[in-house]
Structures are given as structure tokens and as C-alpha cells.
Ligand binder design. Sequence first.
Ligand code: NDP
Length: 339
Amino acid sequence: REWYLAAYAAEGIPTSDHLKLRTVVVDIDSIPDGHVALETLFISVDPYMRTRLTGLQDGISLHQFQLNQVINGFGAGRVIRSNDSNYKEGDVVLSPFSPVAEYCVIPSGFLRKLDPTNGIPLLDYFNTLGPPGFAAWLGIEVLGDPKPGSNVFISAASGAVGLCAGQLAKIRGCRVIGSTGTDEKVKLIKEKFGYDDGFNYNKETDLDAALSKYFPNGIDVYLDNVGGKMLEAVLNHVNLHARIPLCGMISQYNKVWTEREGVRNLLNLVGKEVKMEGFIISSYLDRFEDFAKQMESYLKDGKIKSKNKINFGIERLLDSLASLFSSSNIGKVVIQVKA
Ligand code: NDP
């Protein structure tokens, strides 16, 4: 079975009108040169997938899925047939463009073979050692670069990026505050992931007042995962030379551009000489080794923890995707396709 795009979803949460499951026959007996056949183990469910379903070419919606074609995402699979001498049956591989399917035949060019003896749990490659961890690392270590004692704010703090970013900022000796959508998640980030404090933006809806309360000395670094009203409020609280790495703006992903929220207070960027900078992990692949080395050592020393939300079965795509937009997920959302 595979998920394919039946219709673009310009706005709102995608439904079964847009993404449909179908059964196809995968011929694994005559696979082309330089290809492997995979049995899918895990598929990562990420906010950027939503932006590939719009049919538009704006913002981060750059590479649209094609109508009637199987969609893809970051995934792990086990090789069941190979027509590439670098891969053999039983190898476990990661792919950034894994078809959201139970089985597939794909080119081996983008695959990364995992070392089964290194003791790293497979799901770490989806979380702290994968795209969310890399995004958190770039946002904090490279672009945010907070000093000990800096006041750091992270939105979507209980998500995959947010949990990792908060811990990285704590390792740097910062005061770290997170925002998230439920009281349970606020408790989690404080009690289990080292955040100094946090608030529920659905309860403390006066964001300006909330930021005044949690940042009496202003914000030095804001890792933005949500955009919209939160970004607008943050701009009123930035310190001189603050940095705002723009990792994502999930509050805007379900809106057509005419409905997207404009951000006031940009003037503060001028007076406070703030550096606000968007980034995409794929543009920083030259830093991936530095990231992996540092993160692996943090994991080994127990300095970084992670949390996964595993949904079982390929049929869980729609509700897994929707959970990213309803505050119902905690940590990294993955679909376990095969036990
Ligand atoms: P998460 O696991 O954090 O899931 C998304 C979370 O966003 C939800 O759990 C929800 O948590 C929050 N959210 C959803 N809708 C809204 C809304 N309208 N307003 C405020 N918060 C909302 O996802 P990730 O950690 O994987 O991704 C976080 C961000 O990082 C996203 O914007 C994503 O696009 C971006 N990203 C960017 C990358 C890059 O290369 N630049 C790479 C990877 C991710 P709650 O409401 O409870 O806080």
C-alpha cells in the first residue's frame, strides 16, 4: 500500500480528499541498476510535508508532490533486493525521499547505510541525530549562538525541534523558556527536558503580557518554529543585537498566502539591530558532520534526551499529519510501518 496525492490542499488540514491509500504491485524481481527494493520500517511525519501538498510554489512550499504520484518523506527501510553492490539484503538504510509506502524500489544514490553495531537506536536518526536535531543545532549552535546567561525563547517547545533546541541552549548555560499548546506539555518541557520555564499560549493568550512576564530582561535569541502572532509579539521584547533564527512558521502552513498573518513590529529589528534569518537544513549539509559528532557525544554522555510518538501502521498518515497542527503530538511523530 502507498499514499498518493489525489488533490492539492491549498488550505486547512489535509484529509482523505487529498491523500489516499492504494494498493500497487511492486516488482522486486527486475529492479534497475543502481536501485534497491526496500521494506519500509519507519516514516517520519513532518510539518514540511504539509507545505508540499499545496500545489503552490511559495515560502517553503518549493517542491510540490505530483498529483496521482506516491508522496515521500524521511524514512528507514530494510533492503530486500539490491541491484547496487554497495547494498545487500538485510541492510538498514535511511532515505530523505522514502516513498510513503510499505514496499518500494528506489535509486540508491540518496541512501545512507546504517552501522548495526554502533548501538544507536534507529529512531535517534529521526529525532536528535536526524532532521529535527540538525535544525535545532543550526538554530542554536550556529545561527542563534547564545552566550552563557542569554535569555532564549523557543516556540513549539515540546516538538521534535523544540525539545532538542531547549536542551542545547541549556548546555550553553542559557535561561530557556518555551511556549507550547497545553499545560501537560509545559510541565513536560520543564520537568523532563530542562526548560527553566514555559507557558501555554492557548491559556496565556496575551502574548505580549506573557513575554513581559517570562522575559523581564528581554530576549536575546528566539528560535521561531511558529511565526504569526508569536513572532510579532517577540519583536517587542528583543534585546540589542538579538538573533532570530527562523526555523519554521507552522501557524501559517494551513493558510493560503492572502490569509497569512502579517508581522508588525519589524521596526524593532532596525533600532535593536536584530539579525533575523531563515534557514533550511539541506543548505547546511557541509555542517552535518560537525552536528553529528557533537550530538552523538551529547547522547553518549546523557546530556540530550528525546521523545518519540510512534503510530503503528501505514494507514496512520492522515491522523499523524493532523496531530502536528492540533497540539496533540509530543516529540517526534513517526509511523512504524513494519515491526
Ligand atoms: P513539532 O513536532 O513541533 O510539531 C509541530 C508543533 O507545532 C505542534 O505539536 C504544535 O505544538 C505546534 N503548532 C501547530 N500549529 C500551531 C499554531 N497554529 N500555532 C502555534 N504552534 C502550533 O514539529 P517539528 O519540531 O518537527 O518542527 C517544528 C518547526 O520546525 C516547524 O515549523 C517545521 O516546519 C520546522 N522545521 C524546519 C526545518 C528547517 O530546515 N528549517 C527542519 C525541521 C523542522 P504546540 O501547539 O503544542 O506547541
